[in-house]
Design a protein around this ligand. Structure first.
Ligand code: SF4
Ligand code: SF4
Length: 714
């Protein structure tokens, strides 16, 4: 059910002399194949979910090259896969979303980087930093520093990305250290072209397996006492080797400029944004030539002291464009220049903000401030700065003219199976009072927004139950933990359930069983009832919980709001101690609609009967109270002016996007609201029986004096 790249992956077969055109994420996959990897794996998460989807769709192509693909259960298992490169000349790459995924993988990464690697090992990080991010705002840089892994940050154009991937493996092997390659969302989805090369069959792979394990070497283990010598190796051998390789192969780039008394040192991934800002100020062209000299760091860790000294030498001031906090690069450049007694002034955080995304507006403002502070020879800095600020002066006027815009928080999809659970929680709390709710990562976290506004903490993916462990014993009412089935397999089963059972905990756990890792694009998980290639592994959440010793366990269809309310009340009030688990069962509506629509299209083409359910609100009965909207939050349930001239309040209405999930009707029933909801079935390619029943109904309604809409056809 993952997004399909079946068509696009054909580009992965391109060879010498051909031109690859496409998205950045696909280019990374092509670069991996050109680099001769033996294995790939990862765990989905924006902005690199599609990298895993591409790898999955490219499985046949990778099979021809003997490349093994592992869709891992979490980032820790993906990181541990890289262990294959410790002893063997096998190149491998894994991917996940950072910073959260790197946190999960941290133990394996430390234990990988300490002994170091023989085959090139690469971690492709979706650096989810900035205004569109969905996670905590921290930098992956800290992991590179503390574990002595090299951090690549390629300039976001396809030739640079591809070269950096290929050279990254060589760098890893030359210095015996794993490398991380960070891709921001714009790099993942940048489109472009590059000259393709033939894919490389690895010396050892699924097609030509290793003859056997190597001679036992204690030094390959991350275990004392060799961990002490490994720490020295990192600093005394691997770091100098990495720096030598970066210099020799010119992984970092220099852009010459005529304003030679100033310069910009920029993280590779931000290069295009800086060049665009300079171009708008009249200091660069659209092809990347700049009047301000630039040192482009496609490798942001380690820095190469000689390159820093060479670039800064003779300059009065340099600007460090380093997104995020802390300012690791700025500090390192300052130290290097002081050590070399070079008096170049270093600016960075100051003209540019300490934290937050460096958007085009932020960069324009920062560059203008830098130019005014540095005052380069041959440039009227004040005029250029004025021009830069003039570029966004209209924004304030536009904002004043428009007034404040309403916030648009993300929300559940129309018909989402998880929304009814929160409607039920609302109704349960109306009767029993508020409960502590530990939220989690996944689509269900949309319930933290209106109209539900539920959740007292979010501690990580699959962590909800564990994060309630110290709440329960200190609170009069049982806490409720909410977890998705993706989070359950990622972490929740061990961190939450096993720990709770081991400690004889109490409390309520709701597992949203929608069948996929839905928030990241409906990737399959161990308990999915379908799979991408034939039979499923047959792993079942209910059976797993029973085997682990959960006694109080109910599986409830999510759309049955009344039953869900009753089950929640029972879980909260029962005298039975121990963990109470409610499996809230309902397939992800987005995945369901994709499946059902395709099936319906085929049926219609064959002339078969197809029905579609729609709900509606009877205008004459709706009182304009709108409790239904407050209790469901469905985007298809909205307002329209009342057709009754004697009533001024708008009435509820269901719009065309309704998928007929039935929640609004269920809520009206469970909350004893009003009888204004009706259910209709739209039949296409009706049978003779459908036509007969339709005519009969017309007649009966006519006899009763109700009339009917003549436009309605069966
Ligand atoms: S993707 Fe699926 S589970 Fe997520 S909000 Fe949409 S329907 Fe619900
Ligand atoms: S039935 Fe109601 S809750 Fe479900 S999609 Fe339609 S309007 Fe929304």
């Amino acid at each position: 059910m993952e997004r399909s790249f079946k068509k696009e992956v054909q580009a992965l077969k391109l060879g010498d002399g051909e031109t690859f055109r496409g998205e950045g994420i696909l280019a990374v996959t092509k670069a991996l194949l050109q680099a001769g990897v033996s294995y790939v794996g990862g765990y989905q998460g924006a902005p690199v979910s599609h990298l895993l989807d591409v790898l999955v769709d490219a499985q046949d192509i990778m099979g021809e090259l003997g490349v093994h693909l592992e869709t891992c259960s979490n980032e820790a298992s993906a990181a541990a896969m890289l262990g294959a490169s410790i002893n063997y000349p096998l190149r491998g790459a894994v991917t996940w979303k950072s910073i959260v995924g790197t946190n999960v993988a941290a133990d394996a990464l430390s234990n990988l980087s300490s002994p170091g690697v023989m085959g090139g090992a690469m971690i492709i990080l979706g650096e989810d930093y900035g205004e569109g991010a969905s996670v905590i705002q921290e930098r992956s840089y800290a992991y590179a520093l503390k574990s002595s892994m090299w951090l690549l940050d390629p300039r976001p154009d396809l030739p640079s990305i591809v070269r950096t991937v290929e050279k990254g493996f060589e760098l890893s092997e030359a210095s015996h250290a794993p490398v991380m390659l960070e891709l921001r969302i714009r790099a993942c989805h940048a489109t472009g072209e590059f000259a393709a090369k033939e894919n490389l069959k690895a010396t050892y792979s699924g097609l030509n397996r290793l003859p056997g394990p190597p001679r036992f070497q204690y030094g390959r283990l991350a275990h004392p006492p060799v961990t002490f010598s490994q720490e020295k190796l990192k600093i005394e051998e691997r770091l100098p080797a990495a720096r030598a390789f970066i210099r020799e192969h010119k992984l970092n780039e220099t852009i010459e400029g005529d304003l030679t008394d100033i310069g910009i040192i920029v993280m590779g991934g931000l290069t295009n944004s800086v060049l665009r800002a300079l171009e708008r100020m009249g200091l660069a062209d659209v092809f990347g030539a700049s009047r301000v000299p630039m040192l482009v760091l496609n490798v942001v860790y380690p820095l190469v002291p000689e390159e820093i000294r060479q670039f800064c030498s003779g300059k009065r001031a340099v600007l460090i464009v380093e997104e995020g906090n802390p300012d690791y690069i700025e500090q390192a450049v300052n130290v290097e220049l002081r050590r070399a007694d070079i008096q170049t002034k270093v600016l960075g955080k100051g003209p540019l903000p300490q934290a937050g995304e460096y958007t085009s507006e932020v960069l324009l403002e920062g560059l203008a401030a830098f130019l005014q502070a540095a005052r380069p020879n041959g440039l009227d800095a004040d005029t250029v700065a004025e021009k830069a600020r003039g570029l966004f002066a209209h924004k304030a006027k536009a904002a004043a003219a428009l007034g404040p815009l309403p916030p648009r928080p993300p929300a559940f999809c129309t018909g989402c199976p998880e929304r009814p659970v929160f409607s039920a929680l609302k109704l349960m709390q109306r009767e029993l009072g508020p409960a502590h709710i530990s939220a989690d990562i996944g689509c269900h976290s949309f319930a933290t927004f209106a109209p539900f506004s539920m959740g007292n903490s979010i501690l990580g993916y699959g962590m909800s139950l564990a994060s309630a462990a110290a709440v329960g014993p200190n609170m009069s009412k049982r806490p409720i933990a909410i977890m998705g089935d993706g989070g359950f397999w990622h972490n929740g089963l061990i961190t939450g359930v096993a720990s709770n059972l081991f400690n004889k905990g109490d409390g309520v756990l709701i597992v949203m069983q929608n069948g996929y890792a839905s928030a990241t694009g409906q990737q399959y998980i161990p308990s999915s009832t379908t799979s991408r290639d034939g039979p499923t592994p047959g792993v079942d959440i209910e059976q797993t919980l029973r085997m682990m010793g959960v006694k109080w366990l109910r599986t409830v269809r999510t759309y049955g709001v009344a039953k869900m309310v009753a089950t929640l009340k029972e879980a909260m009030k029962t005298a039975e101690r121990g963990l109470k688990v409610i499996i809230a069962d309902g397939e992800c509506q987005l995945a369901r609609q994709r499946r059902v629509r395709a099936e319906d299209t085929d049926k219609l083409a064959r002339g078969e009967r197809v029905t579609r359910t729609r709900y509606g609100v009877d205008d004459e009965i709706c009182t304009g109270d709108h409790s239904c909207i407050r209790l469901s939050g469905c985007p298809s349930l909205t307002l329209k002016p009342s057709p009754d001239p004697l009533r001024s309040d708008p009435v509820a209405t269901v719009i065309e996007s309704c998928v007929g999930c039935g929640l609004c009707g269920e809520v009206a029933h469970a909350a004893v609201l009003c009888p204004s909801f009706y259910r209709a079935e739209i039949v296409r390619n009706p049978t003779l029986w459908d036509r007969f029943i339709f005519r009969l109904r017309q007649k009966v309604i006519g006899w009763l004096g109700g009339g009917y809409n003549k436009k309605a056809t069966a």
